[in-house]
Ligand binder design. Structure first.
Ligand SMILES: Cc1cc2nc3c(=O)[nH]c(=O)nc-3n(C[C@H](O)[C@H](O)[C@H](O)COP(=O)(O)OP(=O)(O)OC[C@H]3O[C@@H](n4cnc5c(N)ncnc54)[C@H](O)[C@@H]3O)c2cc1C
Length: 169
């Protein structure tokens, strides 16, 4: 209990110190979860400077850091090794079906078309994908990945946070 009070007081003190500052930025991203970190690192890789990633909580990671971390993606390398035939078209069709056809088809297509590039990008940043590709709950097909870490969501945020710091975000 004492530790929580000390941590909360520290977070408030840090927030108060930042509240008085004016920061100039070229790119401002709100929310330091998986999406925000990915946007920040991608922006830096594309050449953007002065990137600020805002987070309302005292710690980064959002839901991503506590998630199981199953990542659905077409993966010719690992799926092929397991005899699994997959494609972006199949992933998009199954994602629509799994969502009871309520999802935006264009966004689902973007997700599926870029899924393989996304896991390769995360791998390049330091995520070590488990060779086992599996069917996640609700996923409808064996295309789910997680990292070797037993807490995969934490692993993704650790890797993205490191990359963001290296880019000066
Ligand atoms: C227990 C659990 C298990 C899960 N398992 C899986 C899984 O295995 N596979 C899967 O695909 N998905 C899973 N999910 C869902 C997945 O975690 C989320 O879809 C994903 O993490 C969303 O990422 P995000 O970056 O959009 O949001 P988040 O990771 O939640 O990040 C959003 C961040 O924005 C911050 N924020 C919000 N508003 C503001 C504001 N106004 N100002 C500043 N900061 C703000 C939040 O504090 C947070 O840090 C799981 C979720 C949970 C809770």
């Amino acid at each position: 209990m004492q530790k929580i009070i000390v941590a909360s007081a520290l977070a408030l003190a840090v927030s108060a110190a930042w509240a008085d500052q004016t920061v100039q930025a070229d790119v401002v991203i709100v929310g330091a979860g998986g999406a925000g970190f990915s946007a920040a690192v991608s922006a830096a890789e594309a050449g953007a400077k002065n990137i600020v990633l805002l987070e309302k909580n005292p710690v980064v990671g959002g839901h991503t850091v506590i998630s199981g971390g199953s990542v659905n993606a077409v993966d010719h390398e690992r799926q092929k090794a397991l005899g699994i035939e997959d494609s972006a078209e199949k992933m998009a069709a199954q994602t629509m079906k799994a969502g009871d056809f309520r999802a935006n088809p264009e966004l689902v297509k973007t997700l599926a078309d870029n899924s393989e590039a996304a896991i390769k990008w995360m791998e390049k940043l330091g995520v070590q994908w488990n060779p086992r590709v599996f069917e996640a709950w609700g996923g409808l097909f064996a295309r789910s990945h997680n990292s070797g870490d037993k807490n995969a969501g934490h692993d993704y945020i650790r890797v993205l946070n490191k990359a963001a710091k290296e880019h000066g975000v």
